[in-house]
Design a protein around this ligand. Structure first.
Ligand code: HEM
Length: 435
């Protein structure tokens, strides 16, 4: 425990800065800056904030910045509005519904893998990050709106990139100019936002006019009713759609990319995964098949332990609390780092080693539940968890049915860069081998 603030050093290397602080000063670290912040690393304290005492906290100050892009969608809303939206949205993410999305996941994966055929023949070095970005965005748009947004994909991706960079810069700035002041960045950001709003508003309007019923996530959201029988407004629908597009596609991309990075140097892991999918005899997996991919699932879990796309979670205390004997005044910021807790030597022996066996049931029983939280925890846990795991397993299974990936870069040169999400820099370049 200690008082301290060194923003420039933390900005240069936040992962290392916060990690070393936790190792040096312990489970609860207090920072004094514009406001008081507490960094928590112990699973019990994390459980208190995210689960048992979650009513004393709201999403952290950084989420106010995300609100500029995501409005009052599920990720950023609070209180009664969040509760209403969560209840209305949850049914669309249950197993049976997700099972219905597998064909869209598989179709889009086939299209990507067909493109990869010629890359393999020509020995092209391919960065899988943009490949998976395109794939997951196409899957998300097909599942959400049925229409493949091919024409708009580039524009949406560009817009989401601008939004992300803007949010990160704003989060680290001491002075945050109002969006209405016409600086170059503000103008660029507002134009990007207007563009994506335009695309989504157009899709919603077309859907309202459509005569035939279409079975996709947008229809499910439009048909959802709250306890008074009221539907979502167009603005609320738009916020939820942008939220789902944003929250769902980059995170899933990064898990796929980091997993390729990790298995790219471990042929024995790849062979075990390939052996596991061999019962499919080359056919596309169904939702029911995925329970059999036990080992592959542990590979993905271990990948998310080492490289959680959401590397940090923040909350603001709205009433005073007490954690491990420390008084947490209302208004304090709570910083939780899945990246740190999931690599903490107290819970993970040889934490930096990639060892999927950690997640075998016999090796997991002793571990505190909140030592692992790639999807968050408590009532605000990721609504897309099952969707994401399904998509990741479908893509990996189909990929291994056709290709082997060899890393085309020295693994020591790939670093996790903590933007809003944890990105592999400079990328994950691979050489594809057709099997
Ligand atoms: C591997 C991929 C994914 C990861 C690692 C991930 C991670 C997370 C995390 C850590 C949170 C909690 C944030 C917090 O507590 O502050 C979260 C929330 C959320 N995620 Fe995901 N996510 C993934 C995929 C998805 C997908 C595919 C969707 C939707 C299609 C999605 C939609 C959401 C939404 C709407 C929330 C807010 C839930 C709420 O507050 O009620 N996520 N996600």
């Amino acid at each position: 425990m200690r008082f301290f603030l060194s923003l420039p050093r933390f900005r240069r290397d936040p992962l290392n800065g916060f990690f070393q602080t936790a190792l040096t000063y312990g489970d609860v670290v207090r920072y004094r800056g514009l406001w008081v912040s507490f960094q928590l690393s112990h699973p019990d304290h994390i459980q208190q904030v995210l689960q048992s005492n979650f009513k004393s906290y709201v999403k952290g100050r950084g989420y106010q910045i995300l609100k500029l892009s995501l409005g009052e969608g599920l990720l950023t809303s609070e209180g009664k509005l969040w509760q209403r939206q969560r209840r209305m949205t949850q049914p669309s993410f249950q197993g049976q519904q997700v099972a219905g999305f597998v064909s869209a996941m598989a179709e889009n994966t086939v299209t990507m893998l067909q493109r990869w055929e010629s890359h393999a023949r020509n020995g092209v070095i391919l960065d899988v990050v943009p490949e998976f970005m395109g794939l997951t965005l196409n899957i998300a748009s097909q599942v959400l709106f049925t229409t493949n947004l091919e024409a708009d994909t580039e524009s949406i991706r560009h817009t989401l990139d601008i939004g992300r960079d803007y949010s990160v810069d704003r989060a680290w700035s001491i002075v945050q100019l109002p969006l209405s002041i016409p600086t170059r960045r503000n103008r660029e950001y507002r134009a990007a936002l207007a563009n994506i709003h335009g695309i989504i508003d157009r899709i919603i309007a077309e859907r309202r006019r459509a005569s035939a019923s279409i079975h996709d996530l947008l229809t499910m959201l439009m048909e959802a009713r709250d306890e008074n029988g009221a539907p979502m407004s167009d603005k609320q629908l738009r916020d939820e759609v942008i939220t789902l597009l944003t929250a769902g596609h980059e995170t899933t991309t990064l898990v796929l990319a980091w997993t390729c990075f990790l298995i790219g140097t471990r042929p024995e892991v790849v062979e075990r995964m390939a052996e596991e999918v061999s019962f499919l005899n080359g056919r596309t997996p169904s939702y029911e098949d995925l329970v059999k991919l036990r080992y592959s699932r542990t590979v993905v879990e271990e990948s998310m332990r080492l490289y959680p796309p959401v590397w940090t979670l923040a909350r603001t205390a709205i009433q005073a609390d007490e954690i491990a004997g420390f008084r947490i005044p209302a208004g304090s910021e709570i910083l939780i780092f899945p990246y740190i807790t999931q690599r903490h030597p107290k819970w993970w022996p040889e934490p930096d080693l990639f060892r999927p066996e950690r997640f075998a049931p016999e090796n997991s029983a002793e571990r505190p539940r909140y030592a692992y939280l790639p999807f968050g925890a408590g009532p605000r846990t990721c609504i897309g968890l099952n969707f994401a795991m399904t998509e990741i397993l479908v893509v990996l299974a189909m990929l291994l049915q056709r290709f082997r990936l060899k890393l085309a870069i020295d693994p020591a040169q790939v670093r996790p860069e903590p933007s809003v999400t944890l990105q592999p820099r400079p990328g994950v370049p691979v050489i594809l081998e057709r099997i």
